[in-house]
Ligand binder design. Structure first.
Ligand code: AMP
Length: 775
């Protein structure tokens, strides 16, 4: 082919196809280029006015390009001069004069998916009120000021004619009268703008001016029609204004601007005025009452001050009454034993001597005082007050610690010593038996070790540390000699999991025994975090006979050199493996079994929410399936699967060095390291996506591997995981709701469970639902 491309670059970056349409009669060529071809690229070189000849120089473009998209160089090369846009114009018929010959080149653009970038108004660049330096927000705003965009502010905006440039993807928001990727192509248009432009400044009794403007049209006449149908006509001008002073509800309605051009064509646009709000801080039918709200509350025309949670009163001047909290003080505090209740979120601050979420539990195991942090000194079976540690002695003991014998009357003393002697003997015998059988060792708390671990945990999770009962560690301790470790069943970066057998008084029990893989402080911290969470979950469920959807803790082994967390053994393994092995599953099974597992995990999240614990790694790889087909949430921080190595990305936030499951993480967790029950809901959305794809690796924007910054950029642009093929719209909508930017707007685990059950009902045949015993 006689086409002379200028340089390899053209060929490397996009595909150019040139075909000689009519080489015998010559002078007609066709070239096809993608619409996103870069400005400055050569797309075509004229071979000659007749086939085989060299073009006659110099060349010049004479028609077919009214808006200057292309340049033709003297030696007959066509170069892109301005950004192209398939949706604005997809074909150009250029006429090029070379010497005395005219040559026609047909340039056909092809549509490129994802181009041009979309200006997403919901994700508009935020305004930084403080102008603080050093953070992402600032760098984006700073970049905007100097016409840059992108995360590193290294890309130059191309927007023209006053168009706004999007801080994240550089898309241009064209002002009226302009179109094209860079808003540089004139567009016949009529527009209405308002002063003031911010809708919040337009309220009852304010003044507003409507500016009607015509762009790139030969105006014959211009008509402005107002809601009462009267109109104002102007001839030969392309701008007019209309004032509405002291806006009243009667002024609401459509305002239309219509232009008729000199050839008789008409264009129009309408602005609807709908003002219902009063001026800031005023309310009432006539907007003549002052709100005077406190605590930053907003003022509603009809409701008056809309107080933030924890406040009430016409001006939000009062804290919630005793025993209530939350929005409108509508929720009842559950705090007991004189605990104070946070009026904002209902958290209980326990008085000395009490602990637990609602402060209903008295300190146990020889502890007393604030958060049960002090140790009782009472001796000789005395009862210790959980509040102040005072001792109620048992006869014949006396003294502040009940360690002195009563000496005033010898006779009663002797009388009481005789039965006491037999009691001591009895206790000694029982203890010897318990010690021999190993039961005593299991229940002796190692308080120093326990305190050290609690201290570590408190630094991580205050609520978790607070909800653990004294003696929690010792109570779950099992003996290493009773464990027979078996084959390895799971392996990860921080831990190993073996199948094992545990000898118990009831017989042998199959267990999964988790241990640390690397003996460093981080691994031990993860080990104890997982142990503590499992203990907290189990102690919280005390007396609740419903099955938990968190993997069952069988015991802990912490006193030997090798430490173990012993869990119920789940023979069907983890959900990710289960999904990947499912192969071609039909829709009925998908919604019968797999959505059932999702319901179970939504319940696990409810359990964690009650404990105010964030799991931080909700994903199919961390869900186990029991022999009874119940899905249970597992892995609270120890073993992470080896096959998931590419699912954890090393964080590069300053001061953070950990492997993170980026593609499962909520936006706020990636940006600020904040984990909450709502961030677990985000991850749950990804788990639903894993279920709907039968265990595919999440892939954002067509990319499998993403860096920290790329991930934030993608999520901030509003990009989310795509709807899996065959996934019902309602299920995908539920996933999307889990991935909302604002954590509080995501559904609650309870709401998710309800929605999933409805989905299953709608999708599954009724006989299947009726046959089920476990949902
Ligand atoms: P985890 O650290 O809990 O994610 O465990 C790593 C892997 O070990 C899991 O993906 C499972 O394959 C396996 N595993 C962990 N706990 C159990 C269990 N209780 N029963 C059966 N397999 C387990």
């Amino acid at each position: 082919m006689a086409v002379n491309f200028q340089g390899l670059l053209v060929v490397t970056f996009w595909v150019v196809s040139v075909n000689l349409l009519c080489s015998a009669r010559a002078q007609e060529f066709g070239v096809s280029v993608p619409e996103n071809v870069a400005v400055g690229e050569t797309i075509f070189s004229l071979p000659g006015t007749r086939a085989g000849e060299k073009a006659e120089l110099p060349c010049a473009k004479i028609e077919g390009d009214p808006y200057g998209r292309f340049n033709v160089t003297k030696n007959c090369t066509i170069v892109v001069a301005n950004p192209l846009d398939w949706s604005v114009q997809s074909t150009y018929l250029l006429t090029i004069r070379s010497g005395v010959h005219n040559t026609r080149v047909k340039v056909e653009l092809s549509d490129v998916e994802g181009y041009p970038p979309v200006y997403n108004e919901t994700c508009e660049t935020p305004v930084n009120p403080n102008g603080q330096t050093g953070d992402l927000l600032y760098s984006i705003n700073f970049a905007l000021e100097v016409g840059k965009y992108g995360f590193l502010c290294h890309k130059t905006c191309i927007c023209k004619n006053g168009a706004r440039c999007h801080g994240f993807n550089g898309a241009c928001k064209c002002p009226p009268g302009w179109k094209g990727v860079s808003c540089d192509i004139p567009k016949q248009d009529v527009s209405i703008t308002t002063t003031p432009s911010d809708p919040r400044d337009i309220y009852i009794s304010a003044n507003i001016t409507l500016h009607c403007e015509v762009h790139h049209v030969d105006v014959g006449y211009l008509t402005v029609t107002v809601p009462n149908k009267s109109n104002k006509v102007s001839f030969g001008i392309n701008k007019t204004v209309f004032h509405v002073p002291n806006i009243q509800p009667t002024n609401n309605g459509p305002y239309t601007c219509q232009v008729r051009d000199t050839r008789g064509n008409t264009l129009n646009t309408t602005f609807v005025l709908n003002v219902t709000n009063c001026a800031p801080d005023t309310k009432g039918a006539r907007c003549d009452e002052v709100c005077g709200c406190l605590q930053g509350a907003s003022c509603d025309r009809w409701a008056g001050c809309v107080c933030p949670p924890g406040w009430t009163g016409t001006r939000c001047q009062r804290k919630c009454p005793h025993g209530t909290y939350g929005k409108d003080c509508a929720r009842k505090c559950t705090c007991q034993n004189w605990a104070t209740c946070d009026p904002n979120d209902g958290r209980c601050e326990c008085q000395a001597g009490w602990y637990g979420m609602d402060c209903s539990k008295p300190c146990k195991d020889g502890r007393f005082g604030w958060r049960c942090q002090q140790f009782c000194a009472c001796k000789n079976s005395a009862v210790c007050s959980n509040v102040h540690g005072s001792c109620a002695c048992v006869t014949p003991w006396t003294g502040p610690d009940c360690d002195q014998l009563q000496t005033s009357r010898d006779e009663p003393l002797l009388e009481s010593l005789v039965p006491l002697g037999s009691l001591v003997l009895l206790v000694a015998i029982v203890m010897a038996i318990l010690y021999k059988t190993g039961i005593l060792a299991c229940s002796t708390p190692d308080t120093a070790e326990e305190d050290k671990i609690l201290f570590e945990l408190r630094r991580m999770e205050q609520d978790l540390a607070q909800s653990l009962q004294p003696g929690w560690l010792g109570r779950w301790e099992k003996k290493i000699k009773h464990l027979t470790p078996g084959p390895l069943i799971g392996e990860g970066m921080f831990g190993l999991v073996r199948k094992g057998k545990l000898r118990t008084p009831e017989g042998e029990l199959a267990v999964a025994a988790k241990t640390v893989r690397v003996e460093d402080s981080q691994s031990y911290r993860d080990f104890y975090r997982e142990a503590a969470i499992l203990v907290a979950v189990h102690q919280q469920r005390d007396g609740d006979c419903r099955e938990s959807n968190i993997v069952r803790l069988v015991g802990l082994i912490t006193k030997s050199a090798e430490k173990y967390i012993l869990l119920e053994y789940a023979p069907k393994g983890d959900l990710l493996g289960f999904l990947r092995r499912s192969g071609n599953i039909n829709e009925k099974d998908l919604f019968g079994n797999l959505l059932g597992y999702a319901v179970h995990i939504a319940r696990a999240l409810q359990e964690l929410e009650r404990l105010r614990i964030a799991h931080r790694d909700v994903a199919a790889r961390n869900v186990l399936i029991t022999a009874d087909d119940v899905a249970k949430l597992a892995d609270f921080g120890l073993a992470r699967d080896v096959y998931a190595a590419n699912q954890y990305i090393r964080a590069n936030r300053p001061g953070v060095d950990e492997l993170l499951p980026l593609k499962w993480m909520a936006l706020e967790s990636i940006e600020t390291g904040e984990y909450t029950c709502q961030s677990d809901v985000w991850s749950f959305g990804v788990l639903l996506w894993e279920i709907a794809t039968l265990g595919k690796d999440p892939c954002y924007d067509g990319r499998m591997q993403l860096s920290f910054l790329q991930m934030v950029g993608i999520l901030r642009q509003g990009i989310r995981l795509e709807r899996p093929p065959g996934c019902p719209e309602d299920l995908y909508r539920l996933m999307r709701s889990c991935w909302r930017d604002v954590p509080d707007t995501r559904p609650t685990p309870e709401g998710i469970e309800e929605r999933l059950l409805q989905l299953r009902h709608a999708l599954l045949p009724h006989d299947v639902i009726e046959m089920e015993t476990v949902v």
